[in-house]
Design a binder for this molecule. Structure first.
Ligand code: T4K
Length: 374
């Protein structure tokens, strides 16, 4: 019997190799490999237009982007954030010497719950670092109202939110700064990469200096900057990727719709609901495995693994469960009951443009097949 190839939670979308060769030839010809070359400039312009945002600064990855965004806004003291995210969100605070204060999430969106933010504000609070989890927008208006009332900055970790629109405009326009990821596992990838979205040219210039060691010109350094620059090869790949991104998003939407149909009536399985006032990018396909399913989430995860289907439990454990955070008073699971429940029940099913509907049907049938009526 021939073995089926494994199915991973995601696979990067790749254009045909021959389409990339002319870009490589241009790089070989120019010998400009990095430091704001032709492709870097072209991708910044193309992405600003595509996403409908005023100012965008490319980065080597989103983590350095987050660290730099906090530097650019001179964030210190305490920052209110979510435990339900990838560790990079909170790590960016520690790299800035800032204390994370975890606030619970909303049970429908899995994003930080604005109703719980105010109680966590102290005289040391300087900002809110929220995450558009799975590309579903936070309650941006409520968050910004609180920020205005308490004079706080707002930074959005928008690693998952490529192309997402909220009430007709890019969700990346909200807050003081937003940070995208273009990692291999993301909807739009440049191998590794990311970007900060800034509201005005002055802020973008400051960020451009910060990602280039603080250099303004050959002899002037204005800040203790870092090296966060995207290389020409990654930027060139991004330009090529941009041509296929709408088609890739349409494939993802078809896959998500099929999963929803096939899993709609499985007892104990809840698919994330469509989100009001927002477009979806189907970056992930999370399901919650509740008590009515009859077996635990981890048993389903193991069963699928045994079948060569590598789902992921994004985001379990919670960030607040990791050793460098769990000593914080706000990290106690009793303070984060919704996030704790979601982390214990969530399973992200495979979704990526090359996944076939037959594979989706097989995965859904396996999920259905494990259900045990209590
Ligand atoms: N904020 C949030 C909310 C984030 O989710 C992330 C990253 C960040 C910030 C930071 O962004 P970056 O600094 O990375 O730009 C992955 C990614 O490494 C990470 O970027 C992502 N979030 C996180 C949610 O997932 P892992 O350790 O789970 O990835 P890994 O290597 O196990 O990959 C998952 C599957 O994808 C593999 O089983 C196979 C497939 N894969 C992966 C890679 C890297 C491929 O087919 N090709 C590949 O090149 O963290």
């Amino acid at each position: 019997m021939t073995q089926r190839p494994p199915i991973y939670v995601t696979r990067p979308h790749m254009p045909p190799l021959e389409d990339f060769v002319p870009y490589l030839e241009q790089i070989w010809e120019s010998r400009i490999l990095t430091n704001g070359g032709h492709f870097h400039q072209a991708l910044e312009k193309a992405l600003s237009e595509h996403l409908g945002v005023p100012h965008l600064s490319l980065f080597t990855n989103a983590t350095i982007g987050l660290v730099t965004a906090l530097q650019a806004l001179r964030i210190n003291g305490e920052v209110i954030t979510t435990p339900y995210s990838f560790v990079a969100t909170a790590h960016s605070l520690l790299w800035n010497g800032v204390k994370p204060v975890f606030v619970d999430v909303d049970e429908r969106s899995f994003n930080i719950d604005p109703a719980k933010i105010e109680a966590a504000i102290t005289p040391q609070t300087t900002a809110i670092l929220a995450v558009h989890v799975y590309g579903r927008p936070c309650e941006v208006e409520a968050i910004e109202r609180i920020a205005d009332n308490y004079n706080l900055k707002v930074i959005y970790d928008a690693a998952h939110a490529f192309g997402v629109r909220h009430k007709g405009a890019s969700v990346l326009r909200h807050g003081d700064l937003s940070v995208l990821s273009f990692h291999a596992t993301k909807v739009f990838n440049t191998f590794e990469g990311g970007a900060i979205i800034a509201p005005d040219a002055k802020t973008k210039h400051r960020i451009d200096h910060l990602k280039n060691f603080g250099f303004v010109d050959e002899t002037i350094v204005v800040a203790a900057g870092i090296n966060g620059k995207m290389s020409e090869i990654c930027a060139a790949f991004g330009l090529l990727q941009l041509k296929g991104v709408d088609e890739a998003l349409a494939r993802r939407a078809a896959i998500a719709a099929r999963y929803r149909e096939l899993l709609a009536d499985v007892p104990g399985i809840a698919c994330a609901e469509a989100w009001p006032d927002a477009t979806q990018n189907d970056a992930y396909f999370p399901i919650l495995v509740g008590p009515a399913y009859g077996i635990a989430r981890d048993a389903l995860y193991a069963k699928l693994r045994a079948e060569g289907i590598f789902t992921r439990r994004y985001f379990y454990p919670l960030i607040s469960d990791f050793p460098m955070y769990r000593g914080l008073p706000s990290a106690a699971r009793a303070n984060l009951p919704v996030a704790a429940r979601v982390a214990d029940q969530v399973l992200c099913l495979p979704i990526y443009p090359d996944l076939t509907l037959e594979q989706v049907e097989r995965i859904a049938a396996l999920v259905r097949g494990q259900q045990r009526t209590p």
